[in-house]
Design a protein around this ligand. Structure first.
Ligand code: ADP
Ligand code: MG
Length: 239
């Protein structure tokens, strides 16, 4: 049994079958890549895992519990954090202020904007955010406004914001899309380090095969909403 078990998931948008009988088993502590062409249903599948979409049929079990019908913040509290395809950080807040937000969100349940002064008054949250900035090698950038950072640093911050919630499963939807090679390599190194050093499972949607083969120890190929193969990278590479 994997930490994440998807069974018989179907999802239609009108006449379009976006997901057709998807089965997926993600092993605990693995890095599992989901690959496939544009429109294959990768993001739709991810949205079904985090409560943004409810499949028409099928089951999604995480850590022995169904995620279906739960709100995104409840799934978040179960231990799933997600990095979005476009950065979801606040450009007009500093790195440190951004880092405190997910820690509040996990504590309070739903996300609610706090005044920055109020955030700074909470010692536990400040300490947790500072610790995560250290771990992300971003401590010196804490006062920077995040809008002025490079793509790679924004991604690093965003991944750190997920990790600050201490998830069991980290989901990433094309985390290197549109990035220059140097930023992509930075992100690969960061994710490698995270999977080596932490007790965490990573599921990554990715179109860049360099990223996939640098990170994944299991790959599912999705085409037209249906998994074609699930196998080890060595076997996928050969085909
Ligand atoms: P991928 O992430 O693999 O590129 P998506 O999951 O975004 O693919 O999309 C799968 C298919 O479902 C595509 O044909 C897309 O146009 C369609 N689709 C995705 N979301 C919606 C939606 N909310 N309403 C209608 N069609 C959608
Ligand atoms: Mg997508």
């Amino acid at each position: 049994m994997g930490i994440l078990e998807v069974k018989g998931v179907n999802k239609r948008f009108g006449g379009l079958q976006a997901l057709g009988d998807v089965n997926l088993s993600v092993k605990e502590n693995s890095v599992h890549a989901i690959i496939g062409p544009n429109g294959a249903g990768k993001s739709t599948l991810l949205n079904c895992l985090v409560g943004k979409l409810i499949p028409d049929t099928g089951s999604v079990m995480f850590d022995g519990q169904s995620v279906l019908g739960r709100k995104p913040y409840e799934i978040n509290q179960m231990g799933i954090s997600r990095v979005f395809q476009t950065p979801e950080i606040f450009g007009d807040l500093t790195v440190m202020e951004n880092m405190m937000i997910p820690i509040f969100a996990k504590r309070d349940g739903a996300f609610r904007m706090h005044a920055v002064e109020n955030m700074m008054a909470e010692k536990d949250i400040v300490e947790a955010a500072e610790k995560m900035l250290e771990e992300m090698n971003m401590a010196e950038k804490r006062h920077m406004h995040s809008a002025s950072m490079s793509r790679g640093d924004k991604r690093r911050l965003e991944i750190g914001m997920c990790l600050a919630q201490e998830p069991k499963l980290l989901l990433l939807d094309e985390p290197t899309a549109g990035m220059a090679r140097a930023d992509t390599n930075n992100t690969i190194d960061l994710l490698k380090q995270i999977s080596d050093e932490r007790d965490i499972t990573i599921a990554i949607i990715e179109h860049d095969m360099h990223v996939v083969f640098s990170l994944a120890n299991r790959i599912t190929v999705l085409a037209q909403g249906t998994p074609l193969v699930e196998d080890d990278p060595e076997n996928i590479k050969g085909n």
